[in-house]
Design a protein around this ligand. Structure first.
Ligand code: ATP
Ligand code: MG
Ligand code: MG
Length: 379
């Protein structure tokens, strides 16, 4: 069989490797960490920096096609690979997703509304930020994830302090919106322009980090669902995107849908698809990368995903201790996914628990029992 590569060795890369290997591909992971979650399960692991020309040359020479598993992959890496092997998503699409200012401009091009915002790159832009953007959230344009690189600001004075604290890095200031709920859509688009999507995911965040994803019918009003699917498709089409793309949305109090951001890869909110859909987001990634046909995924079970952060390992005190897996796994329809990270740390994504069931009510009941066993808040 052919060889598929992935830039980045985190949990997303690991689950890509699982899917690729199940379909008979040989896999190569490039990541500097010798113990990276994906490197540990891949046939081959190139231990090099993401921007190291030798490592990239080796990756390209081994692989028919290469994808990425994190959005902050250096543009030079994708550029170095392009021309030597198939690369998807393309550098241009990743560049848009890497920069909040460009990302928001892209939403405007697509006619999909996002939060009112201002680009803050100079002291003049900061000083002239419109009063209507307060209270707001200052976000670094690059490299932010899990709510890192963000500050809530009530006033222009707080904006000035927060921007200084961020080293005056290029930022966007967004109006703080009254959220009724958050949701996301995963789209897979092939080189021929044909796209398919997973069902709309409803997401709950705690402290800026995804905590729970719930996916079942009537989870979100039908009209909103259709609007979100159409918006996600147009965002992917306008980018001429090839690969798996996640589009995050806010639904405002009052019911208006606005787009938050995009991730040019499979997404934490799509992890349920491994156990609840006949095609997972990682299989979709393999299919788009290998140029295989895309068929519409079908969800066969109601699903709830609980993220397992490192905090769970410290529930008993200072020394990390495994959560009570056996008790959780005694509940029907629970599927434990751990990423093989050696060190549990507060806020670190260590794994997730998928709960599948024949009905939404059953999935909720089981997921709430699992959450209680793990000491997670109810939702
Ligand atoms: P991710 O890990 O999803 O990439 P991120 O660091 O890029 O996260 P965002 O998605 O921009 O961060 O924001 C994280 C969370 O903060 C959102 O899911 C939402 O709960 C809240 N949030 C962000 N922007 C706004 C806003 N303009 N108004 C209200 N809440 C917001
Ligand atoms: Mg983000
Ligand atoms: Mg986000």
């Amino acid at each position: 069989g052919a060889t598929l590569g992935v830039l980045g060795g985190g949990q997303l890369g690991r689950m890509f490797v699982h899917a690729a290997q199940a379909m008979g591909y040989f896999t190569v992971v490039l990541d500097p960490d010798p113990a990276s979650p994906a490197g540990r399960v891949s046939h081959h692991h190139i231990q090099s920096a993401y921007d190291d020309p030798d490592g990239l040359r080796q990756l390209a020479s081994l692989c028919a096609a290469v994808t990425t598993e994190f959005e902050n992959v250096p543009a030079v890496a994708l550029a170095a690979l392009a021309g030597r092997c198939t690369v998807s998503p393309a550098a241009r699409a990743v560049a848009v997703a890497q920069n909040r200012a460009e990302e928001k401009a892209h939403f405007t091009t697509c006619g999909v509304p996002c939060a009112p915002y201002a680009v803050i790159e100079t002291p003049e832009q900061m000083a002239s930020a419109d009063q209507s953007l307060f209270p707001g959230i200052l976000k670094t344009s690059r490299m932010g994830y899990d709510g890192k690189g963000q500050a809530r600001v009530q006033t222009p004075a707080e904006l000035a302090t927060a921007w200084d604290a961020m080293g005056r890095a290029p930022c966007v200031l967004e109006q703080l919106l009254p959220l009724a709920l958050e949701c996301s859509v995963i789209v897979a688009r092939g080189a021929d322009g044909h796209s398919v999507h997973l069902p709309l995911q409803r997401n709950l965040h705690r402290d800026g980090i995804l905590a729970v994803t719930e996916v079942y019918e009537e989870n979100v009003p039908l009209a909103l669902m259709q609007q979100a699917l159409a918006a996600a498709k147009s965002i992917a089409d306008e980018l001429e995107y090839v690969g798996v793309l996640c589009v995050e949305f806010f639904v405002l109090e009052g019911g208006r849908l606005v787009v938050n951001e995009i991730a040019p890869r499979p997404h934490n909110s799509g992890h349920y698809s491994v156990d609840a859909c006949d095609v997972s987001q990682f299989e979709l990634q393999v299919r788009t990368l290998a140029g295989l046909p895309l068929t519409p995924p079908r969800q066969h079970s109601a699903a709830i995903m609980l993220n397992l952060l490192g905090d769970l390992w410290f529930a008993q005190g200072e020394a990390p201790q495994d959560p009570p897996w056996a008790q959780v796994l005694a509940l029907p329809g629970t599927h434990l996914h751990l990423y093989g990270k050696e060190q549990a740390r507060h806020g670190r994504k260590m794994g997730h628990l998928n709960v599948t069931a024949a009905s939404a009510a059953q999935a909720r009941s089981t997921a709430l029992q699992a959450a209680a066993l793990l000491g997670l808040p109810a939702f």
